[in-house]
Design a protein around this ligand. Sequence first.
Ligand code: ARG
Length: 458
Amino acid sequence: MQLWKGRFKKELSKTTNDFNSSISFDSRMYREDIEGSIAHATMLGRCGIIKEEEAEHIRQGLREILNDIESGKLSIDMEAEDIHTFVEGELTKRIGDDGKRLHTSRSRNDQVALDIKLYLKKEVVNVRAQLEELIKVIAKKSEEYSDTVMPGYTHLQRAQPITFGHHLLAYAEMILRDISRLDDCLRRMDEMPLGSCALAGTTYPIDRNITRELLGFDRITNNSLDGVSDRDYCIEFAGCLSIIMVHLSRFSEEIIMWCSWEFKFIELDDAFSTGSSIMPQKKNPDIAELVRGKSGRVFGDTMTLLTVMKGIALAYNKDMQEDKEAVFDAVDTVKMCLTAFIPMLDTMRVIPENMRRAAAGGFINATDVADWLTKNGVPFRDAYKATGELVARCIELDTDLENLPLGEYKKVCDVFTEDVYKAISLEYCVSQRTAFGGPAPENVKAQAQRVANSVNKD
Ligand code: ARG
């Protein structure tokens, strides 16, 4: 049943109805739609636009509809045009003429904007809570592996020794930024659009602050055109979700590499791995691969929203109905990814011996040799060059800097003494990197604690 039949003489064709309908994806907002309508009816009653008894009658009817949907007694009609139409139609079916007063001084344009905001505000909080869980797991693991030496990489080439805890904490920083981005997004989203009506506000003596307060919004929108045609909050949330997926995807990529026999830095728990139908030896990091792959969906959803909105003249246009599938898919995907990713990370087995072995190759302590010379008076650029020559000599002799005889060191630069060997032991190298933000075990422990505290405080 359409709400707008008055000026039409013919029935809507089935094709048009199917094409036009959004019920298949907006029905998930039934709670928010009913909650918004209850607040609207209350406001209409308090402002004397409808009678208090009528408002109460409407509220009762809406509460019953909500209960019946939740209990499964009432199923949402998938032939309806959208959730707003369905709820209003059902209300009138149940309570008669008073139901027809609900839509006074309201349009589906401000109604849908309200519903999406109410829905997304909850989802921002849900995603945030999951990110906090992730942070807790990262902080715990970082503390546990604060002195586990591993190779740090640039260009995926072994670069300098770091600690595994330090590496993990880099992800904690990204996730903390994601949380603060969500907080910003929520703050901006927290504006109540109801009362914008179709586009031009209303002549009824409404009080938008009543609805704002009842619905728990911080502010009301300032401009009726913007109130109904803004979807920045969808785009911004999808943007936040996209950046979360960039981080999860990078993390996943590393997990996939670390699981390979080429690295074998970690092993995922059996419960979070899969096998191959043909190769009996395989244990595959499918969860991490799927998270990496699903990042594409979320980026796509963001692109969809940007593209849908970019050419729309003010105010509401039906294009905007396309907002919901995109933003819902983005948030569903991120929540699903986090649900799988967090326990996968929590249960992974770390193999410090393999990290240590990998760190011992590739002249990862070459910078420390140069630094040792510099600390003994040689200008860094000369020290750098001398160390380069030592690396070349090691390659010739098929050895490493730890095992190169002192004689060879002295041939390149006579400043070298026996002390250099202590300075280039990997454990010593990381232990000395104590500048704030660095990988020394004591730094990592302190940082893991700070990170854990930052999410435990509230
Ligand atoms: N189903 C519509 C949407 O999702 C609701 C708003 C309809 N407004 C209108 N003017 N047709 O955007």
